[in-house]
Structures are given as C-alpha cells and as structure tokens.
Design a protein around this ligand. Sequence first.
Ligand code: MLT
Length: 277
Amino acid sequence: MHAKINDIQLAYTDEGNGPALILIHGFPLCRAMWQPQVAALSAAGFRVVAPDLRGFGESEAPRGRYSMDRFADDIVELMTYLGIGRAVVGGMSMGGYVLLNLLERHPRRVAGAAFLLTRCNADDAAGKARRAELAQLVRQGKRSAVEGAFAEVLFAPATPASEPQLVETVRSWMRNTSDAGLIGALEAMAARADYCDRLGEFSTPALVMGGAEDRIVPRETIAPFAAALPNSSSCIIPKAGHMANLEQPQAFNACLMDFMRLCSQPFDAPRNDAGSA
Ligand code: MLT
C-alpha cells in the first residue's frame, strides 16, 4: 500500500486489527524485514503497520536533505492518515534513532517504545567520518561499499552458514535501496542527537531488546540503556545477531508480544481514534 505523506509516496504494510504497533526498519533495509512480526502479531490481535522510510524499499526517494526529524514526521503523518492516534512504536537500529526523535518531539503519539537492537548515543567523530566516506563512495558510483560494510556484521557468526538464503535476501534489500536513500540516511544518522543523558525524561513504557551475538549493538549495552529509562524492561535474544527478528523470530516475537500486551491495556483505542501530537 502507498499513501501521499509529506509530499512523497510512502509504502507501508498494514495488517490486523487491535492496538497498533508501528515497526520502523533499520539501515539499509526495508519493511520486508518485518514479515515474521507482521504475520505473528497481526494473528495475535494487533494492528501492525510497517512503513518503508523515505528513500528505502518501495517508498519514494527524493533527493535532498534527510533527517531524523523528517523520518519521524513521516511516521506521525502516516499514523494520522491511518487514523492511529497512539501506537506502540518499535524501532530497529536506525529505526530506534527515529523512535528517540518521536519520543522527544511527538511523545503523545507513542504508547510504548520498543528499542530493538539499537542505541541511544550519537556517532563519535570517527563514526561520522565513516558515514561521510560511505556517502561519498555512493556518490562516486561505488555503492557496493555500503553492502560490504553492513552485510557481514548484521548476523550472528553462525547465521551465514546455517541460513545462506536469509543472508542473500537481506543483501538484496540493500542492493535495492536507492542512492538518495543511502546517502540521505547516512547523513541523517551522522547528524542525529545523543539521547543517553536524557532517557530519564522518557517515562513511556519501554522495552530494550538485544541480540546475544549482535556485532553492531553489543549485548553489554542493553542493560544500561534499559536502566536509564524510568519504566522499562529488557530481553536478550539468544543465538541472534543484529537481525534477531529474522534469525530468531519466535523468541523475538514472544518478547515483543509480551510488551504489546503490557502496553495495550491502557490505550486499547478504536481503530479510527486519531489524536494530535
Ligand atoms: C542499522 O542497522 O540500522 C544500522 O546498523 C544503524 C547504524 O549504522 O548506526
């Protein structure tokens, strides 16, 4: 499905009925990554919405400046378009950076915050320089550098041998991402704010989920992230890397579903209850 959101065509999946869950994908991925979660949670009585962020998947990829503000504003406009006032929002890695922005700028739209394989800190100087270098390589037509930088580290060490088809599918999503989306999101991530010292302000119910073998977001960072949030729980998915939702979908879904149930009690609103930011 597509909708005109903030002047661009945004693609999204919308399945099920019940309390809403918005799932925001990571970089350089797309909403297809959420297929096991869309299937399981929509069957369990939730409405699951998964957009392709601008520049990714089947969404339009305008040239020009991308930012966390813009990604977050697209999510809020999509919620309004779909008649969703408040939702639990799950953000995977880059999607978690968008979720932090939502909590800061649109807190009333977030009924629960699921931080999935993500972090609260901004890039350091070396990280920003690496993003700038990758963006420049894409501009020079060497976009395979992005796939090279991310494909290996996305998975637990054993996954490429045990699930080669999964690894190839994820690589194909990377290859299908537009140049504008790659460059725009790299710049947006490099410019993002640091929220680690401000997590105490976010009293929304929260979940922080990690992968035991995540090589991008080390499992040691999960407990301090959760401890800094006033109203949170955490879980670590065994035998999972950064793509825990695909590598271990059952354990991932069980943790997410528990959180959805916890959050659903107070905000179980009818489908067309659009609220304001
Ligand atoms: C992601 O999975 O979204 C990326 O690893 C995030 C990042 O590069 O910081």
